[in-house]
Structures are given as structure tokens and as C-alpha cells.
Ligand binder design. Structure first.
Ligand SMILES: [Zn+2]
Ligand SMILES: [Zn+2]
Length: 277
């Protein structure tokens, strides 16, 4: 039996590669007790990696069917990775209250920019994020991360999600301090202010970028130490887009957590359950 799992998992309903049954069979093979699906929720915006709104009922039908087929071997949970888009009512768009989800992963991928009167992408390829910073924020990496953390605070406050995805995703395309320096008092003040608005949410330790060959784990060790100091709870997840990455680099995530002073993580199995290292 493997005591870890992932509830951050993408299928072709959004931008994942493998089908739900493939992840489930891999999870059973690895001895997981539970698994959760969290495709990108539909959004009222042209958005290339989100689920199409008309597919939402099929997503539930398929995963409910999977529960019937595999439910005696593994607990299967249905969630969504729910984007926060400043000024747009994402929850209303998907009739959120009627969905009866098992969990929500709250996330910020897109930042509103006055300059372009639209959304700039904080995630994606290097070219895409570079373009977002240049066009959306005049090439000012500090303005970019400030807007990100400001939007993240709004998301946390308004959604109070079970888990906050990839807390410092602005670091993904900032390798070599290309756009800003995270080791400054100004950056750290934004991190601090954001951690301080968390009520019930767990911080995700996310190995998804690593599985795609990008040497960034979220959050940074510095941020995890601040989380520990504030007694915030953490959950290791793979933000998985293909079956071979189901538990990618969990050993490295646990090492980082230990260095930050943690001796446990939480795993979602109906409720969040503590797992000691
Ligand atoms: Zn994400
Ligand atoms: Zn994701």
C-alpha cells in the first residue's frame, strides 16, 4: 500500500494525455488507496487548456462510471482545478453550486492587465509567459509577480479552496532570475501577505513542472519554511498530465518538506488525512 496519492490530475477533458481509466489502473498498480481528478474547469474566456463547458456533464458521467468499475479497489474523487479570473464569475459560468464536487483546487494562471485589456498568461511555454510579461506588464517582472500574488490573494479569499495549486508558479519561467529576484524583501512581503490570507486551504507541494523536465518544484524551500512557521498544512501532488508521472519526484518533495521543518503531509481521501514521513 502506498500512503501518498494525487488529486491534481488532468485527462484529455482538459490538457492531460491519458484517460481516466489509465490513471486509475496505474494508481491501483502502485497500491494507492485513493485518487482524485481535477481537470481545468471551463472558463468564460478563450482558454486553450480548459475543459469545454459542454463536456462538463460527460466528465462527471465518466468518473462516476469509473467509480462503479473500480470502486472496490480504489477511492475515486471528482474535483476541478478552478481558475480565478479577475472580474469574471467563473463559478456562475459553470453553475458551481450544482456540481457537488468532492474538492476544489484553487488556481491562478491568468492575470488581468489594463495594458492589453485582457488576460496575460502566468503559465505556459517560456515564449508565452515572456510575451505576457512584455505585453501585459511592459516587461516589468516585479509588476508581473505583484499582480500574480494580488490575484492569488483574491482567489484564496473568495474560493477558500481545499488546496492552493502551485503557489509560486511565477517562478516557472523565471529561471536564472530572468524577470525578477525572489530573494528580495519586496517579493517576500508579497509571499507573506498571501500566506496570511489562507483560512482552511492546504498548500500544494507540486512536482508537475519537474515531470515535464522543468527544474522547478512549487513552492520554493523558502516559502515552505514560511508555511511551516505559520503552521500551514501541505499536501504533495503531482499535477499529473500522463500516467508515468503519477507520483513523480515525491521523494524530492518530501526531502524539501523535511528541510523546511515538516514531519507530515496530508492526503485527500474523502477528507484530508495526515501522513507522517
Ligand atoms: Zn495549474
Ligand atoms: Zn493542474
Amino acid at each position: 500500500m502506498n500512503k501518498f496519492n494525487t488529486i491534481h490530475l488532468h485527462t484529455p477533458y482538459s490538457d492531460g494525455i491519458n484517460y481516466s481509466h489509465e490513471y486509475i489502473e496505474e494508481a491501483i498498480r502502485l497500491g494507492l488507496k485513493s485518487i482524485g481528478f481535477s481537470d481545468h474547469a471551463p472558463v468564460p474566456l478563450k482558454y486553450d487548456w480548459a475543459m469545454k463547458k459542454e463536456n462538463l456533464p460527460r466528465y462527471f458521467d465518466e468518473l462516476n462510471y469509473m467509480r462503479k468499475v473500480y470502486g472496490n479497489k480504489i477511492n475515486i474523487y471528482i474535483g476541478l482545478e478552478l481558475d480565478y479570473l479577475e472580474g469574471l464569475d467563473v463559478k456562475k459560468y459553470i453553475d458551481f453550486d450544482q456540481l457537488n464536487l468532492d474538492f476544489v483546487i484553487g488556481t491562478v494562471h491568468y492575470l488581468y492587465s489594463d495594458r492589453i485589456d485582457g488576460f496575460a498568461s502566468a503559465d505556459g511555454t517560456q515564449e508565452r509567459v515572456d510575451k505576457a510579461i512584455i505585453e501585459g506588464f511592459g516587461g516589468d517582472g516585479v509588476a508581473f509577480y505583484k499582480k500574480y500574488y494580488q490575484t492569488l490573494r483574491q482567489m484564496i479569499t473568495e474560493y477558500n479552496p481545499l488546496m492552493i495549486a502551485h503557489f509560486d508558479i511565477v517562478e516557472k519561467r523565471n529561471i536564472g532570475k530572468k524577470w525578477f529576484d525572489a530573494d528580495t524583501d519586496e517579493y517576500k512581503a508579497h509571499v507573506e501577505a498571501t500566506l496570511d490570507v489562507i483560512k482552511d486551504s492546504y498548500i500544494e507541494v507540486n512536482t508537475g513542472a519537474m515531470a515535464k523536465g522543468i527544474d522547478v518544484m512549487y513552492p520554493s524551500e523558502y516559502i515552505l519554511r514560511r508555511c511551516r512557521a505559520k503552521n500551514l498544512r501541505v499536501s504533495v501532488n503531482s499535477d499529473c498530465h500522463f500516467t508515468s508521472a503519477l507520483l513523480f519526484a515525491y521523494d524530492k518533495a518530501i526531502d524539501r518538506l523535511k528541510r523546511a521543518g515538516y514531519d507530515c503531509s496530508y492526503v485527500f481521501d474523502g477528507v484530508m488525512k495526515k501522513v507522517k514521513f
